[in-house]
Design a protein around this ligand. Structure first.
Ligand code: M6R
Length: 585
């Protein structure tokens, strides 16, 4: 849930690490800190809040580590911000993950006289290292013994005041080494150093080691491992705003290209994957948050187009289904980051039952990509805004194409998706943008917004509500049109905004009746539809895309949420309490 970065080399480590940390802010931004080897001392600085555009001048150094935090253990405060230190401040540690047995470890260490300053789980790592160093171990061995005692997940970086090296260890949290011509980076995500190198080693679980003049990687038993770096084809421009005010805006507008890129795989590859779906004995689509909603939307498309039933399960609930799994089950794990703990945990459980795993992810170097049997990349390029926009529609595009291909209609599927991508020009035309901006003004002070849809638009209503909640902090809920009258209608009163997805498909008549039901109770009805209807108080015009409707119809609501957030003075790229990849369960 946090971002970590370290650098050792010939350039100024403090500057490089601080710059890289700013690019990791999407992983957590409630506080940050840096530790710099300054002669034979450790200089440190910690701050509450996001780094934002802050500039600091730190001592020049060849070795530094840094951390941007999304709090798990201990409130948001300077003292709980990383780095954490041993009693003598000889060792500095930054950590992403959760040490589940930290209570017991802390108690043991306190009994031995260690003094703790913070409420974090991480601090035990620094004191354990100190304990082993005092026994006469070198830092490499001390780290090996320390990680043997840790339960939970960790990506750890360690520096010592007298050691010209950065030590690292990894389990269940991402960590990679960037090999530049002037030194080495170790970070949660290559985005942190992609302007220096795309030559990268992605570390595996239980690997530990250090970088000084070269990287040394060992397994948990101390056996050296030789890992070949791979080239990652991400470019810096993809991770920059390129003139847009916020990443969210840039990523909303990018969708006309990313949707097409998502389905630009070779036809044979798509056919091979659909065969897996066809031959499986039980197919489970799993994901979290928006990725889960993309699975849910797609399940309707699979049913309608491919006449295939797929199970859709929220990844965090999937473990309870493991009793149904067999070696013939196929799990389609959908995750932008490929690092979501709930998804990885579900996949591990499925693998224990020898089920096959197909990963649909945007990060081909992610843990999910590496532990799966088959991989279908989304090819959306880095998504920096914490909320998903372009990767949601990429997931929908890919899953839609799979459904069409399964029905033997690959070409038709591809045409529909290209049509949906082209429709974005109209949806986000200057005239339509202006109309959505006007609507944003009307909605910005509302307490509640409800979103309604049926069929393929049901999960779209859920996703629309999630987008609104995430960036505007307005309470929003999504419902199926039919469910509303079973209770929620009690919440509708005069001027309650209700966004109604009304595509011209088999749901049209019924969803319009549902719109009438809320209107009769005073609701302000916003129709997202190709056709105006007298029940709408506000009409968001969208093209009639038939089965590809869902891909395009979410886009005006993404833009609406973005506009409301801006009007309210919120930063849509960094919503409060959220992090881009949720690497804790
Ligand atoms: O990286 P993933 O797709 O696995 O992430 C899943 C969710 O955490 C993510 O979709 C989350 O709900 C976003 N905040 C949605 O905007």
């Amino acid at each position: 849930m946090c971002g970590i970065i370290g650098y050792i080399g010939n350039e100024n480590a403090s500057e490089l690490v601080f710059k890289g940390l700013k690019r990791l802010e999407y992983r957590g931004y409630d506080s940050w800190g840096i530790a710099i080897k300054n002669g034979n001392e450790i200089f440190s600085k910690k701050c509450v809040g996001a780094i934002g555009d802050a500039e600091y001048t730190f001592p020049k150094s060849m070795v530094a580590i840094a951390h941007t935090r999304w709090a798990t253990h201990g409130n948001v405060s300077e003292i709980n911000a990383h780095p954490h230190f041993c009693c003598k401040k000889h060792i500095a540690v930054v950590h992403n993950g959760i040490i589940e047995n930290y209570h017991e470890l802390r108690k043991e260490l306190e009994e031995k006289g260690h003094e703790f300053l913070s409420d974090t789980d991480t601090e035990v790592i620094a004191h354990l290292l100190e304990e082993f160093l005092e026994k006469g171990y070198n830092l490499e061995k001390a780290l090996k013994e320390t990680v043997k005692k840790l339960e939970g997940s960790y990506a750890i970086l360690v520096i010592h005041k007298d050691d010209h090296a950065i030590y690292f260890a990894k389990k269940d949290s991402p960590l990679c080494i960037g090999i530049a011509d002037h030194g080495f980076f170790v970070a949660s995500d290559p985005v942190a150093f992609i302007d220096h190198t795309n030559n990268i080693i992605f570390l595996e679980d239980y690997e530990i080691g250090y970088v000084n003049t070269h990287p040394k990687i060992f397994d948990i038993h101390g056996k050296e491992k030789y890992r070949k770096p791979i080239k990652v084809d991400w470019k810096l421009e993809q991770a920059e705003k390129n003139g847009y005010e916020y990443y969210m805006e840039k990523e909303i507008f990018e969708q006309k290209e990313t949707i097409i890129r998502a389905v630009s795989h070779e036809k044979e590859k798509i056919e091979k994957i659909t065969k897996l779906i066809d031959n499986a004995f039980g197919v489970f689509f799993i994901g979290s948050g928006s990725s889960y909603y993309a699975c849910l939307v797609s399940s309707y498309i699979f049913s309608k187009i491919a006449k295939k039933h797929v199970n859709v399960v929220d990844a965090s609930e999937f473990g309870y289904y493991k009793h149904f799994l067999t070696p013939r089950t196929l799990i389609v794990a959908v995750s932008q980051s490929g690092e979501t703990a709930d998804v990885l945990d579900a996949v591990k459980k499925a693998k224990e039952k020898h089920a096959k795993i197909l990963a649909i992810t945007n990060v081909i170097s992610s843990t999910l990509a590496r532990i799966s049997d088959y991989l279908l990349p989304m090819q959306a390029g880095p998504e920096i805004c914490v909320v998903s926009t372009k990767t949601f529609t990429s997931q929908l595009a890919l899953l839609t194409l799979l459904a069409y291909t399964l029905a033997g209609k690959y070409n038709e599927g591809k045409e529909k998706i290209i049509e949906a991508a082209k429709a974005i020009e109209t949806i986000l035309s200057p005239e339509n943008k202006k109309s959505i901006e006007e609507l944003a003004k009307k909605l910005k002070d509302k307490e509640h917004i409800f979103c309604l849809g049926r069929g393929v638009s049901y999960a779209l209503a859920l996703e629309a509500a999630l987008k609104i909640k995430e960036v505007t902090y307005i309470h929003a809920e999504g419902f199926s049109g039919g469910f509303l009258k079973h209770g929620t209608i009690a919440l509708i009163e005069k001027d309650t905004p209700c966004i109604v997805f009304a595509p011209k498909d088999e749901t049209y008549k019924e969803i319009i009746s549902n719109a009438q039901e809320v209107k009769a109770r005073g609701a302000f009805v916003i129709g997202v539809s190709p056709e105006n209807n007298k029940v709408f108080d506000y009409w968001i015009k969208v093209p009639n895309l038939k089965e590809a409707t869902a891909i395009a119809n979410i886009i005006p609501i993404q833009y609406l949420a973005y506009q409301i957030a801006k009007l309210k003075g919120y930063n849509p790229d960094r919503p409060r309490n959220l992090a881009k990849s949720v690497t804790v369960k």
